[in-house]
Design a protein around this ligand. Sequence first.
Ligand code: NDP
Ligand code: GDR
Length: 367
Amino acid sequence: MTQKTALITGITGQDGSYLAEFLLEKGYIVHGIKRRASSFNTQRVDHIYQDPHVNNAHFKLHYGDLSDTSNLVRIVQETQPDEIYNLGAQSHVAVSFESPEYTADVDGMGTLRILEAIRILGLEKKTRYYQASTSELYGLVQETPQRETTPFYPRSPYAVAKLYAYWITVNYREAYGMYACNGIMFNHESPRRGETFVTRKITRGLANISQGLEDCLFMGNIDALRDWGHAKDYVRMQWMMLQQDKPDDFVIATGVQYSVRSFLEWTATALGMQIRWEGSGVEEVGYAVVPGASREAAIVRIDPRYFRPTEVETLLGDPTKAKQKLGWVPEITAQEMCAEMVAHDLVEAKKHALLKQNGYSVNVCIE
Ligand code: NDP
Ligand code: GDR
């Protein structure tokens, strides 16, 4: 079998890093697009970095940006990929209300730019395309659980941009016969999750509190419900979608739903605390109950700053099609994932605490 080449946008992000590992293990040559930044931004892929001066490097990073058409065309031309995974995005829903135009450009138009690059270069029959679509498309949900046929009702600039990306992917498949697929991914997390998404904010924040590095975590809508899976399971599915005879769109989810509040409670339990809730609405406070401790400290408070202008209250996916057609089954539960994230963030918090005890200044960056 000939060696395959993949190009990943968003390789420095959570999914990009796991997908790159996965494809390298499968023997692919992996190219990734990284953004120019004023300081290093490749922490998630540094462990798989290969020196480009050594022959036969299977992992190569290219400077680029989804807002830059000529750059994308050149990279696709140079790399001649068998598979493109478009994972790059301004992926934070709350931030998309602050930067709606940028989000539309990168998440919506960026998708078009890559599809056009494939077409301009005449690679429609060679290059298979994966689009990172999202459960945020369902927004104000029209049916529960959400499946491939559930109508969309996006509730943020991010989701509206991703709606364009979803449909332009379908359109290029139908218009030009391209092998292009949407993975409608529900939330997926890991120890590599960005620090301002809710799960990581919780595991990192409570781990810091347990080590005396922070006092209190300020949260938004803790009664939001999500269907959380593990990023490792989801990148495997991204690859599986591109190995079929015919392109198709799939919901990728666990089929189980929990609240942000439950995620807070699991994390606290893993750190040896219980949370006692008192009050309601913006006045609600979560107190840490630690066995043997005389005083209960307020460790969770509500800050309306984290409420979104239009919220997605509940998401629950139905992964039946992925199970039946591709045989995909998620292997890691939300609770197991939470335990892994807590263990990771506790090690980090302990390192910081040790530095602090020894007189070094520590900045834990709270959001
Ligand atoms: P991350 O936010 O962790 O990673 C996003 C990646 O996109 C980063 O590598 C980032 O670069 C890159 N990026 C941002 N802006 C640009 C740009 N202008 N040009 C090129 N690259 C850019 O996201 P995830 O890994 O969690 O998600 C991957 C994809 O899947 C995203 O498209 C997201 O919207 C989508 N998705 C994610 C879900 C989830 O629960 N994780 C669920 C459904 C969909 P840098 O590192 O420099 O910031
Ligand atoms: P989401 O993920 O918006 O679903 O998008 P996020 O973790 O940001 O929020 C999940 C839910 O938690 C509520 N919430 C808070 N969220 C954040 N970030 N910070 C808080 O303090 C907080 N308090 C409560 C939110 O309101 C929301 O209801 C993610 C991203 O990865 C998208 O790119 C992806 O498309 C979707 O998942 C599926």
